[in-house]
Design a protein around this ligand. Structure first.
Ligand code: ADP
Ligand code: MG
Length: 251
């Protein structure tokens, strides 16, 4: 008997590359309607592959957050397809999306979004438990993830007692809870000084190269390009170019 997953994986429309984890095809988003309609994104097509860091760059208001939110199933597109787990999930209803989102994505935001009254360990453990209430020993898993991001010695600290870079590492550990294949960040380094931003990006690079995660990061900062396999340039709601800055660099 062929499992549903094996069958899904064999769908020709996902292409031959087995490492394409998500694919956007001609995705568009119009906010509002009538006179107030804003075409925030048009005709965006993009493959997200395991082991790759993809940067999404562009001016303010160009559609970066819209693009990454559609990819992460946080926002429904007006048109186009979102391929995930071997099928187009763009038309799925509200009830089907949360488990799909939880299985596939970990999120990291500019503002960290940690619970101030919970320690680093508790923040991560709670996220693991929310993703999977039946998860055995979420605190052990949280400890493992905090060690992975280099925060083992500070796991019992409250967010207020951590630096910005440390808070973002907690947020990354939390995003890794449940082992999602794709990490999505909307300007995760924007609140950090340059040195810290680079070290957080280095961690995301490692998670891609050594742990096979697909990392997709929105940024304003061209200095992050050296960590990227691909840079997607968005302007006025259109993908203007997709380039490979580090094609000849080693990482
Ligand atoms: P970026 O992240 O690149 O700054 P966004 O994706 O947030 O850009 O926004 C793209 C465009 O869509 C902008 O013109 C913005 O004003 C508009 N927009 C974003 N969110 C909404 C919304 N909820 N309602 C109406 N317009 C929106
Ligand atoms: Mg934005």
């Amino acid at each position: 008997m062929i499992s549903a997953l094996a069958l899904a994986e064999s769908l020709p429309s996902m292409g031959k590359a087995p490492d394409v984890l998500a694919r956007l095809v001609h995705v568009g988003k119009i906010y509002g309607a009538g006179e107030h309609a804003v075409a925030a994104l048009s005709n965006a097509s993009l493959d997200i592959r395991a082991g790759e860091v993809t940067l999404i760059e562009g001016p303010s208001g160009s559609g970066k957050t819209t693009l990454i939110s559609i990819l992460g199933l946080l926002l429904t597109p007006t048109s186009g397809e979102i391929w995930l787990e071997g099928r187009n999930v763009a038309g799925l209803g509200e009830r089907a999306l949360p488990p799909l989102r939880a299985r596939n994505f970990g999120f990291v935001f500019q503002g960290f979004n940690l619970f101030p009254a919970l320690s680093a360990l508790e923040n991560v453990a709670m996220a693991i438990q929310m993703k999977d209430p039946k998860f055995k020993k979420p605190r052990d898993e949280a400890r493992r993830l905090l060690e992975l991001v280099g925060l083992g010695p500070r796991m019992h600290h409250l967010p207020a007692d951590l630096s910005g870079g440390q808070k973002q590492r907690v947020a990354i550990a939390r995003a890794l809870g449940g082992n999602p294949p794709i990490l999505v960040g909307d300007e995760p380094t924007a609140a950090l000084d340059t040195k810290t931003a680079l070290s957080v990006m280095e961690l995301l690079r490692e998670l891609a190269s050594e742990r096979g995660r697909a990392v997709v990061v929105v940024t304003h900062d061209p200095r992050l390009e050296r960590f990227a396999d691909r840079v997607v340039r968005v302007e006025d709601g259109l993908i203007q170019s997709i380039s490979s800055p580090s094609a000849t660099a080693s990482h």
